[in-house]
Each structure stands twice: as structure tokens, then as C-alpha cells.
Write a protein that binds this ligand. Structure first.
Ligand code: C5P
Length: 290
């Protein structure tokens, strides 16, 4: 059996409206996911029976049972009847606690790698949804509408390549804690995000749709972490057409008309002490390349 390596890209949310809290403790939402760089790298190696994970790279995390790569492998093995016998290496380039979906993307990359090795013919999006709300999106990536917990997906047929800058302050934000900050006043229906997705799918330029973008976490998170307002305003001053929180933060992203302006913004905020990354909206190519 050959080893398999998969890139695990990050995401931003171009729109994120939270409709309310459900009986199971999760929240119903309407969101537009957009794949961006950077990417972690997940390699699954066949091994002696058992399951071991090891992470390296600038944002390495603790290697324990809660590692989402390990959870993904356990879910895959349970669904297919395959005996766990894997070493999983995860090189982490996506910051943690950023709202960029790094852990969820690592889980999706693990599922893709295992399916490449075993060809069991299982529905990876369905398996992904059992691991975390965002995992299903990362199976295919690109641009997608997410509803329910975020796991019901509609993929956009269009390809946009708008320049994006990611800026993350030192503080990370725990997703569960961010949801706990929400009050009913923060909730909204998903109308604007549904229209955003329809217009993106029709091929409209994302830079013409900035009025439809928004994130219901923005106000409560900026109230709790005032530094994020400064970051957002700095990105706007650097010329972004729109600057917003990604997911529940703490990463703030800016959309730019020109790559040169995006790179200048990334440089300036990096010199101010923030982690920054200049990328663009990314999509799956026919051979799985982005
Ligand atoms: O699904 P996932 O494990 O990524 O979610 C992490 C936490 O975020 C959940 O425990 C839950 O508190 C919160 N969450 C939520 N509603 C969602 C997604 C996540 O309340 N749609």
C-alpha cells in the first residue's frame, strides 16, 4: 500500500449569518465558504496496527486523541471496516484559533488520503460532517454555500481569483466560546448571504458584492477583542474593498482589487507584528490541483 499526501487549504467566510441556537446546542447558519491559502500538508503512511499522529510546522499542535486527523481516520475505518494501521503526519502552516478551518481541513485531507489509498467508495462529505461542522466543505473546497450547521453544501460552479490578505493577531479564539458570546440580537436570517451566493454563482465579481458580505460574529467578537477592530481598520486603510472577520476569528481578512496592494498590506501589518498571508480565492482543478 502506497502512502498518500494531500494539501489541506484554509477557508474564509465571505458571508456568515447565524439564524439561531438549536436544541442540540449547535447553531443554524447560512454561510459562503471560500477556499484560500495557506495549506497544511497531511501524509498518511501505512504502518503496524494502530493509529499515530505527529504534527510539525510553525503551528504544530498536541498529538493526542482529539487530533482531528486521528478522529477522521477512526471515522473512516469504522465506516469501511478497514483496520486502523496508519501513521499520519501533519505539517501545520495554518494558524490555530483563527477561524480559518485548519483542523477541519486536516480532517478532510485525511479522509481524501485514506480514500485514495483504499478506494472504498464512501461519501466523504457525509463522513466529514460527523467529525466537525466545516469538514464536509473541505472535501471539495472551492466556493460553497453552507447551511444547517454548515455541513449542507451547494458548490458554486464559478471561479473567482480575487486577491485576499489574512491578518491574525496573537490571540486565538475558541469556536465554542465565540458561539457562547452570541445573543439573540446578533442573529439574522440568511437572506443576504443567499443572495451573495447566487450572485457569485452567476459570475458576478466578488468586489461588486461587498455590500452583501458580513459576519454575525463581527460585532460581538469586536466588543470582546477590541484589537480586532484596529486590525480591520488597518486593512481598510491599506485599500481593501472589504475587511471582515473570518468565521469566529481571530483572523481578519481583506479583499483587494490588485495583488500589489494586497502584498503591500500584508507587509505593513507583518511589520506591525501580526501574522499575515497574501493569497487569493482558490478552486479545485480537474486533477485535484488548486
Ligand atoms: O462542529 P465543530 O466541532 O467544528 O464545532 C465546534 C463548536 O462550535 C461546537 O461545539 C459548537 O459549540 C459550536 N458550533 C455551533 N454551531 C455550528 C457550528 C459550531 O454552535 N453551526
Amino acid at each position: 500500500m502506497q502512502r498518500a499526501t494531500e494539501s489541506a487549504y484554509a477557508k474564509i467566510n465571505l458571508g456568515l449569518q447565524i439564524a439561531g441556537r438549536r436544541d442540540d446546542g449547535y447553531h443554524d447558519l447560512v454561510t459562503v465558504f471560500q477556499m484560500v491559502g495557506p495549506a497544511d500538508e497531511v501524509t498518511v503512511n501505512p504502518s503496524q496496527p494502530g493509529l499515530h499522529t505527529r504534527s510539525t510546522g510553525p503551528f504544530r499542535i498536541r498529538d493526542d486523541d482529539r487530533h482531528l486527523c486521528a478522529r477522521a481516520a477512526r471515522v473512516y475505518c469504522a465506516a469501511t471496516g478497514i483496520q486502523p494501521a496508519f501513521d499520519i503526519f501533519c505539517r501545520k502552516y495554518i494558524p490555530v484559533g483563527a477561524g480559518l478551518g485548519g483542523g477541519s481541513s486536516d480532517a478532510a485531507a485525511t479522509l481524501r488520503a485514506l480514500e485514495k489509498m483504499h478506494r472504498a467508495g464512501v461519501d466523504l462529505e457525509k463522513l466529514g460532517a460527523r467529525i466537525g461542522s466545516d469538514v464536509a466543505f473541505f472535501i471539495q473546497g472551492g466556493t460553497a454555500l453552507g447551511t444547517a450547521r454548515g455541513e449542507h453544501l451547494l458548490h458554486a460552479p464559478t471561479v473567482h481569483a480575487t486577491p485576499v490578505v489574512l491578518v491574525k493577531p496573537k490571540a486565538g479564539i475558541n469556536t465554542h466560546g465565540a458561539y457562547a458570546l452570541l445573543t439573540p440580537e446578533d442573529y439574522s436570517d440568511g437572506t443576504r448571504t443567499l443572495e451573495l451566493f447566487a450572485r457569485l454563482s452567476a459570475g458576478d465579481d466578488p468586489l461588486d458584492l461587498t455590500d452583501l458580505m458580513g459576519n454575525d460574529f463581527q460585532a460581538p467578537i469586536e466588543r470582546t477583542y477590541p484589537e480586532l477592530t484596529d486590525v480591520r481598520v488597518s486593512i481598510e486603510r491599506a485599500g481593501a474593498a472589504r475587511a471582515m472577520l473570518s468565521g469566529s476569528g481571530s483572523c481578519v481578512f481583506g479583499l483587494f482589487a490588485e495583488t500589489t496592494a494586497a502584498e503591500r498590506c500584508a507587509r505593513e501589518l507583518s511589520e506591525a507584528g501580526y501574522w499575515t498571508y497574501s493569497t487569493r480565492m482558490l478552486h479545485c482543478g480537474p486533477s485535484g490541483t488548486r
